[in-house]
Design a protein around this ligand. Sequence first.
Ligand SMILES: [Zn+2]
Length: 276
Amino acid sequence: MAKDLIYIIMDSCRYDSYVRAKTPNMDRIAIAEQRFSYASWTAPSHHSIFMGQVAHNSPTKILASEVYKKEFAKWVHRIDVPDLSFKSFIPELSLSKMLQKIGYRTTGRVSMPVLNPLTGFSRFFDDYKLMKDHNDFKGMVDEVSFSADQPSYYFMNLGETHYPYMLKDEQLPRISGVHGVMKGMDEAIARSGDVPDEEPQFFTMPEMQALHDQQVRCVEYVDSVLDELISKAPVGTHFIIAADHGECFGEGDYFGHGPVMHNKVFEVPFLEGRKT
Ligand SMILES: [Zn+2]
């Protein structure tokens, strides 16, 4: 039978946050290498991920089409299906559809509203859900189950590592106008009955540093929950753990990701390997 597959995206986790974090459970799968995302924010990056394209390593002196071909060929080994090829992804160009076609049960669990089930991202999943809380990897893991008769594909988009890097019951400095403009506005209207007229404040460098440190802590938290997921997964399950894009913490006077042209927004960790 084809191998069970778990694909985890730590939203916004830039490479050096992963490097600084202690990740004993991820280390059981593999040590991540630095790669680059195809896009600077969640939606386009997930589109590429859902096609079956993993983060790239920016190889030189090679045609892009050759890189894509080699990367798609790796799915043969990832899930142990020898007659798989790029043609298996045609015409939908969807990893999930390809897996459905060869008999997988496909489950998607996402934390970012931009990936909600009414968007096209939910296509080709047997079961797809936007989590109620943006930081509920634990809740995703609690619901996971595997079948001896049918291979499973789990895709999980984790919000713990996304701004404001909040673990349960924690409050951190946050500003409107960086992410969540609308939300900030709602809160301001609720307070004063009027739309705020002041410009949003930007973080100071010490605050940026504190936020970066917090992202590191969130990676460590994710790693601690991963222990239970590894325990539940059958031996041989293939894991991919990566990020959809990175983040700026003051570099180039940027904070966050999205409309930002900076290396740090494209640097992501990428690891894959089997449960042994
Ligand atoms: Zn994202």
